[in-house]
Design a protein around this ligand. Structure first.
Ligand code: UCC
Length: 623
């Protein structure tokens, strides 16, 4: 059928549908199906007609001010940061998210970046072209102080909570602009902690609210040999120049938000014979501006942009560094330890963005359930449906409190008000929060999409991109297993002090909540799990080689679940807590809070089981 015919048929169909609507309205006992359309010539029932489309359209879930909708965020701030100025700023920011930012984020999804390799006259330019909305989001990020607020420290030790509350609200509307912001924040943190005088201008630009001066930073760590094993995977070399600067040569396999103004990257400094040191101790940290004053790459060839499952809004590129001019930022050979500060910040951003995604989908789901009817009533009146949403809510609340606690600890450290215990907890909890909330985000967003039925699978609702974008959260900035091993690293490096801090902190929170009879089942369950975990960790050192590594992921999960339980209980024991706060704490503690002990009892960390795991995985594999 031609397009014209299709339009004509469609118009006729619409007229018929209108006629039928008036009939079905005036004779309400007559259903649309029973007045089935008769072909006007043959008087036979038509198998399909325009009228069959009907007049019903599902209402879309509306996004309203995400700050005013968020009971837990508001209660948390009321408890810890009840500043009028913060409330006002978040309220206005919430309005701006709905009226302006949400649409920009969507435009970024629909207009992904492209690589312009040559100019019209054949000159190699390697420009990464992003849409106007992406640029606008950069300006808004500066104006709103999304990085700056972390460094202005207006609210002392609560400054990070304030900043991250904004990132949390921003993330699900921001078309992944949170990615460059995370790295920008991380770069500012590295420069600040190294106190490097020569990069003061860079620091000032990364942390300004002036949109014209604002810079974003990249973080180029990943090379072809591996994104996780940075120490042996980094092949890029740095040749010292006479003026003290360096020229970098190498291949960066994944660089995110490559349109950034500057970047931090690792390379091996060569001696005059071209030799360099292998391993972690051979790596140094460099700062480089990405573009020169003519907008041309600084000794960089963009090989191609990556074609990704999600985060399509973000330009992610493969780069050949062919003499990139850079300045040494860290001490020689201290690259990994120096960039670890950046990893802490980007992992915290990752956590906050994961919670932001969970919060957005839970809000959309509950909104939709008030509008969508099935089986004769609204979804919100189906107990099973609401039970499912309530479980998502519990996950989101636990994740929110965890994320905010890590931000609070970071704020205390930066405000120089952190106790030794705070510092130890920050080191231990950062990788745990990142790895656990990333997994939660994928599962909560996926379940959330399901609650929209088929609509959750339809691209132009904007819902599928939420799932695609959530999937990266457990990959970049350290996969779940790499971070689980980082938890072991933090335990080993502190000779177990991070665990002591953990046990003391959880115990104190539980003791403070013991007076509440309503919370007793949760508190008891947490005490039991905590004791079991303590026993496990006390015997861990005596286990056969390899057993500890096998338990690393379950250990991280156990630490996460117990800590999140303690935070939920702590929040629910607050004098202004509500019944829902108590209920959320109880429901969280229904689950196995200490899987490392359950799996240990089942013998999962026995080296013989590792051999069985291998046999199972490779069962049937042909050579
Ligand atoms: O770049 C990427 C994408 C960018 C997009 C960012 C946006 C994210 C936010 C989004 C929001 C929506 S993805 C690439 C990310 N790559 C990684 O995350 C690397 C993963 N690999 C690791 O984390 C590894 O564990 C390494 C590289 C840190 C391990 O290296 P080594 O050399 O094997 O580690 P060592 O030898 O154990 O540690 C070297 C030093 C030690 O300090 P010293 O020398 O003083 O003893 C460690 O204590 O580094 C220190 N260190 C740390 N310090 C290692 N890890 C840490 C840590 N986590 N915290 C503090």
């Amino acid at each position: 059928m031609s397009v014209v015919m299709a339009v004509q048929v469609s118009c006729r169909g619409n007229c018929l549908a209108l006629r039928m609507l008036s009939r079905s309205v005036s004779h309400s006992s007559v259903s649309v199906e029973s007045v089935s359309e008769l072909d006007s010539h043959t008087h036979t029932p038509a198998l399909f007609s325009r009228s069959a489309i009907g007049t019903f359209f599902q209402e879309r879930p509306l996004l309203t001010n995400p700050f005013t909708q968020d009971a837990l965020l508001r209660a948390y701030l009321q408890r810890h940061l009840p500043e009028q100025a913060v409330q006002r700023d978040l309220l206005l920011f919430g309005e701006r998210l709905v009226s302006e930012i949400e649409a920009l984020g969507r435009q970024c999804e629909l207009n992904p970046p492209v690589l312009q390799r040559f100019d019209p006259w054949g000159r190699r330019v390697d420009r990464i072209l992003t849409c106007d909305a992406w640029t606008r989001l950069k300006h808004i990020s500066a104006q709103e102080g999304l990085v700056a607020a972390g460094y202005e420290r207006t609210y002392g030790e609560w400054s990070r909570v304030y900043q991250m509350s904004k990132i949390y609200l921003f993330a699900p509307s921001a078309g992944l602009y949170t990615c460059p912001l995370a790295m920008t924040d991380g770069a500012a943190k590295v420069i600040e902690s190294l106190g490097v005088h020569s990069s003061r201008e860079a620091f000032e630009r990364l942390t300004t609210r002036d949109e014209k001066r604002f810079w974003t930073s990249g973080q180029w760590m990943t090379e072809r040999r591996g994104g996780s094993d940075v120490s042996s995977g980094t092949e890029t070399v740095a040749r010292r120049q006479q003026d003290g600067w360096f020229k970098l040569y190498g291949f960066k396999w994944f660089t995110s938000a490559t349109d950034a103004d500057m970047t931090l990257t690792l390379a091996r400094i060569t001696d005059r014979h071209g030799r360099s040191t292998a391993g972690s101790s051979g790596l140094s940290l460099f700062l480089a501006e990405v573009w020169d004053s003519d907008g041309l790459c600084n000794g960089i060839e963009v090989q191609r942009l990556k074609d990704k499952l999600g985060t399509r809004q973000v330009p992610t590129a493969e780069l050949l560094l062919d003499g990139m001019s850079a300045q040494l930022l860290s001490e020689e050979g201290r690259g990994v330890a120096s960039i670890a500060n950046m990893l802490t910040i980007t992992r915290i951003h990752n956590t906050v963005c994961a919670v932001g995604a969970m919060r957005r989908i839970t809000h959309l789901c509950r909104e939709y359930a008030r509008k969508r009817a099935a089986f004769g009533k609204l979804l919100k009146d189906h107990a099973l449906h609401v039970q499912t949403l309530s479980r998502l809510e519990v996950e989101t609340r636990a994740a929110f409190l965890f994320a905010m606690e890590v931000c609070r600890l970071l704020g205390r450290e930066e405000n120089r008000s952190a106790s030794d215990r705070d510092t130890l907890l920050l080191r231990l909890l950062t990788p745990i929060a990142k790895l656990y909330t990333a997994k939660q985000a994928v599962s909560v967003v996926s379940e959330g999409l399901e609650s929209f039925g088929g609509q959750g699978y339809i691209e132009d609702t904007g819902l599928p991109s939420m799932l695609r974008d959530a999937q990266v959260l457990s990959i970049w900035e350290g996969t779940t297993n790499v971070l689980s091993l980082d938890v072991l690293r933090s335990i080993a490096k502190s000779s177990g002090s991070v665990l002591q801090a953990f046990f003391t902190d959880v115990t104190e929170r539980l003791l403070a909540a013991e007076a509440s009879a309503a919370l007793r089942p949760a508190v008891t369950s947490l005490h039991t799990s905590l004791s079991a975990l303590k026993r496990f960790t006390q015997t861990a050192a005596a286990r056969p080689t390899g057993a500890l590594e096998l338990s690393a992921r379950d250990l991280a999960y156990s630490l996460a679940r117990i800590y999140m339980g303690a935070l939920l209980v702590d929040h629910a024991a607050w004098e202004n807590a509500t019944h829902t706060d108590i209920y959320a704490a109880l429901r969280w503690c229904d689950q196995d809070l200490c899987p490392v002990v359950s799996r240990d009892s089942a013998g999962c960390y026995d080296p013989q089981k590792a051999a069985m795991d291998t046999a199972l995985v490779y069962d049937g594999l042909q050579p």
